[in-house]
Write a protein of this length. Structure first.
Length: 422
């Protein structure tokens, strides 16, 4: 019986595992480390977040991105984007130094039982755990516009389906979306000789400004502080105070989660896009169908004028929608028992615990509760220690008869069978 099983080995899962191991919990970690970053992003992409806001979290703060870069002879400077491939390598380095052995098998099912959970791996092994932390990243939550659903993958894919774009050399591709994934994908396509256009619903594309210098006069910093999510006090609050964000009224949280830090391109990709990519803002796809040689897209602009275009392939860079019902690894009974917020995402308590005792959630799926930071790597620095504290409270509140609870430093104590308030 494990105290905690962590499902997922991306930035959130690895950070949670590092804190759980330091707390002395009996721990298992499942997943291919940094899989989304290694397998679902084309080569040549860069990390949009600042290097100093892209650390995985360990209790001692020893294994940050700057330490990795120093060891590798690289730079991690403000306003100098880090290649995604290098960030993935940093995650693997972090796993080697800060996390117990990661079991790279996939978890296919998590179900609840009288003493906790049964976790089943892809090869059929079943493990028992008192608590489970789901840190499954974004891949279960892929969102494709309804008009494109049902078309064959040879015609329509999601941007996260591609670890490379070579198959589109010399072809005609339409990218749907106005955010960083759409714009950087389009830039990479154009630079390899693809005829590419970007079709976005927004009336105009939004570009992030070049970051202000790290060293500034005090009055500039006071007016618009740096934060892990960008400059300004509002972003600072989202970035540095997720615990306070959770105390906001639910309608306010929902509005912010849906609108804050909307689709935008990084400053360093703007010129690459504008000089080589056909841009069609203010258009939405109303219907799509297969035609000889590709796809026909029916569109409508803001004025209600209909149009159409044909293309060989569509890449939907349309983001992710974190909903309870997409957590397919949870048993139907467990999944259906989880309380949800109005947007369909699972509700979480102050320690990232779901409405089912002992089941904890991390990452994008918690953004409606803890704010926009949970959509970025930076959110792991708050999530990991807070979630592990929540796990320890749950273990104290529901002890097994005669069980020993490890405590930091390697000692342990035997819990009485009577529940203790957390």
């Amino acid at each position: 019986m494990y105290d905690l099983v962590v499902v997922g080995a991306g930035p959130y899962g690895l950070s949670i595992a590092s804190h759980a191991a330091a707390a002395g919990l009996r721990l298992r970690v499942f997943g291919r480390p940094m899989a989304s970053w290694r397998d679902h992003m084309p080569g040549g992409m860069f990390l949009k977040s600042e290097p100093w806001a892209s650390n995985l979290s360990d209790p001692g703060g020893r294994w940050g991105l700057a330490a990795y870069c120093e060891e590798q002879g690289l730079t991690a400077r403000h306003a100098e984007p880090i290649p995604v491939a290098e960030f993935a390598s940093y995650g693997l380095w972090f796993a080697r130094h800060a996390v117990p052995d990661v079991d790279e098998r996939m978890v296919t099912r998590v179900s609840s039982g009288p003493h906790g959970f049964t976790v089943v791996t892809a090869d059929g092994e079943a493990l028992q755990a008192r608590t489970v932390a789901l840190a499954v990243g974004v891949m279960p939550f892929i969102e494709v516009p309804s008009a494109l659903r049902g078309l064959h993958p040879s015609l329509v894919t999601h941007s996260s389906h591609h670890s490379g774009l070579d198959q589109f050399r010399g072809k005609d591709v339409t990218v749907i979306g106005g955010g960083q994934a759409a714009l950087e994908t389009a830039a990479l396509l154009a630079e390899q000789g693809t005829c590419v256009r970007v079709l976005a619903r927004a009336e105009r594309l939004v570009w992030n400004d070049v970051p202000q210098p790290w060293e500034r006069p005090w009055w500039q910093s006071a007016r618009s502080p740096h934060s892990g999510l960008g400059p300004g006090w509002r972003n600072w609050f989202y970035s540095e105070r997720p615990g306070l964000f959770r105390r906001l009224p639910q309608p306010t949280r929902a509005r912010i989660a849906a609108t804050a830090l909307g689709p935008a391109g990084a400053w360093w990709v703007r010129e690459r896009v504008e000089r080589a990519v056909e841009l069609l803002p203010g258009h939405r796809v109303t219907a799509a169908c297969a035609v000889p040689g590709g796809v026909r897209l029916d569109t409508m602009n803001r004025e209600g004028t209909a149009g159409a275009l044909e293309t060989e392939h569509v890449i939907a860079a349309t983001g992710f929608r974190a909903q309870r019902d997409r957590l397919g690894m949870l048993s139907a009974e467990l999944r259906g028992a989880l309380a949800v917020l109005p947007d369909g995402s699972p509700a979480t308590g102050r320690g990232f615990e779901s409405s089912h005792p002992g089941l904890f959630l991390a990452g994008l799926v918690t953004a409606s509760g803890f704010g926009p930071a949970m959509r970025f790597v930076h959110g792991a620095t708050f999530t990991a220690p807070t979630l592990v504290q929540g796990v320890r409270r749950r273990l104290r509140a529901t002890p097994l008869r005669g069980a020993t609870l490890p405590v930091p430093g390697g000692s342990s104590r035997t819990e009485s069978p009577a529940p203790v308030s957390g």
